[in-house]
Design a protein around this ligand. Sequence first.
Ligand code: AP5
Ligand code: ZN
Length: 216
Amino acid sequence: MNVIFMGPPGAGKGTQAESIVNEFQIPHISTGDAFRLAMKQETPLGLEAKKYVDQGLLVPDEITIGIVKERLQQPDCVPGFLLDGFPRTISQAEALDEIVQGMGRNIDHVINLSVDRNLLLARLTGRRICRACGATYHILFNPPATENVCDKCSGELYQRSDDTEEKVGTRLDEYMNKTAPLLSYYRDKGNLREVNGEQEINTVTAQISSLLRGQA
Ligand code: AP5
Ligand code: ZN
């Protein structure tokens, strides 16, 4: 099963992906995670991506498309994949169509998580991530049992450098200008499904799961 998670920054794409990839046994492909890993390792890609990610701007299409194309050709994508944070522009969506068609496959579901802008701001500025395993928490909405310690692996939690109020504002503007137009692109293709991302985390997971199982 080939799935795309769409939605503005902070809508819950990463949080939901953690459960959905477990349930459906498909790899979680997050372009944001790929850029952050490359930035941490200071690879040429990471150094280039850093110029954009740190400012809350989208990384240029040609760089991003190249990464996804290579990743989708890995053997673990044969049973399917969950794309989180890609595509984010019309050019990326067109390139993805070409890549997927070249593999003789289709995008089965595009899940859009919608959340009000004020709530997105609160979610992103309160988000904390495990340095060791990447699990996502929120200081108020989804706190770990012990402050700053991951429940799953006891790793240390940190705040992303682009989760400050100023950067979040830029990211939301980038979303409105460049990514929101993609919703009609997929609506026209007939595979866009809307989920209210403001509900409890488990409720959102259950609704996505039903949609993917064709039961909703
Ligand atoms: P990326 O890492 O993809 O960031 P994003 O899209 O801004 O999304 P986030 O990870 O911020 O949010 P999310 O929807 O995953 O929310 P989460 O589950 O964490 O991209 C980062 C950067 O990389 C971009 O700015 C760009 O520079 C670059 N980039 C990436 N892809 C690119 C592309 N395709 N093209 C060009 N550039 C690209 O949840 C947020 C918080 O809310 C958490 O604390 C969580 O615990 C909490 N929460 C989640 N769900 C709920 C709920 N239901 N109730 C209460 N709290 C909740
Ligand atoms: Zn952890």
